[in-house]
Design a protein around this ligand. Structure first.
Ligand code: HEM
Length: 374
């Protein structure tokens, strides 16, 4: 196992994770910093939503969020974004979503059979995994042919440069690059797009909160000024609302599986070596010890008495420890900037005959709202 999310704790995981951070820094200094990738996507989201609204038909917001978040990662890794109508891109979204659905199998007991019988994974791996792999390999081949070592354009170029400079003993490899990209797509698209769908759901179910958000946007940005990530310091209510969406939705209720490397003591319990551990972030996010009215959607959970946004130890949407989400800073920027840009231009409403949306999630590896239309 190579890459980041699926790699076991060890030198390969460490090298790929470290490389991801260093690429973010390198690219952050250039024209294609992650914030630019996100901001550049905003006009396309607005345009797509305008098109959908003008038809008077209700629509499911994932038709906009899926391509938008995948485009940010495509921009970061492949160096270009795709038109939402591009057939190749539609196919990539389809196979990426399909793979995510299949990956729910990872939480089932059958998965342990796959890990116990050597070689079985070759037969079990679903077709969509092979398709994404083929797509990523083709992009890497294309990048290798057009690589200019002095001007790395994106994540793949930075990684290839590093491979060309390092020795055979390096823990980085072409397979590590392929797996890392697939991890970023897998871990970084459904999670972010699903959180945005929850944001829409909570806004239509709580119109008074939507009004407060919009009035802050009107005061700080007006109707035309594009939001920047630094604006969040002047927009505490919007920032707190996004954090509250993450708490209430708790889309990764158990994070990823962890395993103790040694015998450990934790909270007075003895954890033997090689115990499988699933932290329950969902429990922490709804614990009345930490939250006044945990079952109520209330952005004030994150606003301190001075009106400033403060986070809490009992808030862990991105997990914690050594394996904390590597895409946390990308996701935070996407959530804030997309959320603000949408509510700057649109008011989200339910059809006349619907009072509120069902906020019971569909159970799974991530907690998603049931399909809905606005
Ligand atoms: C709202 C969006 C997101 C949420 C809620 C989320 C949440 C998480 C959580 C809970 C974990 C597991 C941490 C643990 O086991 O303690 C994780 C891991 C991970 N996430 Fe995210 N994530 C999000 C977005 C992203 C994005 C945008 C990317 C990529 C750009 C990404 C890439 C990863 C990777 C590669 C890992 C595995 C890290 C490792 O094992 O070292 N995630 N994420």
């Amino acid at each position: 196992m190579d890459g980041i999310a699926v790699a076991p704790y060890g030198p390969k995981w460490m090298a790929n994770r470290k490389f991801f951070y260093s690429a973010m820094r390198t690219m952050g200094l250039g024209k294609r910093g992650i914030e630019k990738c996100v901001i550049d996507e905003v006009p396309y989201i607005v345009e797509e939503l305008e098109k959908l609204c003008s038809s008077d038909e209700l629509f499911e917001p994932s038709s906009v969020f899926d391509p938008a978040v995948l485009n940010v990662l495509a921009y970061f890794t492949f160096g270009n974004r795709y038109s939402y109508q591009d057939e190749k891109f539609k196919e990539l979204i389809h196979i990426n979503n399909e793979f995510f659905q299949k990956a729910k199998f990872l939480n089932q007991p059958e998965f342990f059979l796959v890990t116990l019988i050597p070689g079985l994974h070759k037969y079990w791996l679903p077709q969509c995994f092979r398709k994404i792999h083929k797509f990523v390999k083709a992009e890497i081949k294309h990048h290798r042919q057009h690589l200019d070592p002095q001007n790395p354009r994106d994540y793949i170029d930075c990684y290839l440069n590093e491979l060309n400079q390092t020795s055979d003993q390096s823990e980085l490899s072409e397979l590590g690059l392929e797996m890392s990209i697939m991890d970023l797509f897998q871990a970084g698209t459904e999670t972010t797009a699903t959180t945005l769908r929850w944001a829409v759901l909570y806004m239509v179910n709580n119109p008074h909160i939507q009004e407060n958000v919009q009035s802050e946007i009107d005061n700080v940005l007006g109707f035309d000024q594009l939001p920047k990530y630094e604006d969040r310091t002047r927009m505490p209510y919007c920032e707190a609302t996004v954090l509250e969406v993450q708490r209430m939705a708790s889309i990764t209720p158990f994070g990823l599986l962890h395993c103790s490397e040694e015998d450990q003591k934790l909270g007075g319990y003895h954890i033997p070596k090689h115990t499988c551990i699933m932290p329950s972030y969902h429990t922490i996010h709804f614990d009345p010890k930490f939250w006044k009215n945990p079952n109520e959607f209330d952005p004030c959970n994150f606003i301190d008495p001075n009106g400033k946004v403060g986070t809490r130890d009992a808030f862990m949407p991105f997990g914690g420890g050594l394996r904390i989400c590597v895409g946390m800073n990308i996701a935070k920027q996407e959530l804030f900037l997309f959320f603000v840009a949408i509510l700057q231009k649109f008011t989200l409403q339910l059809p006349d005959d619907v009072k509120s949306l069902d906020d019971e999630p569909i159970p799974g590896m991530t907690l998603a709202p049931k399909p809905f239309r606005v």
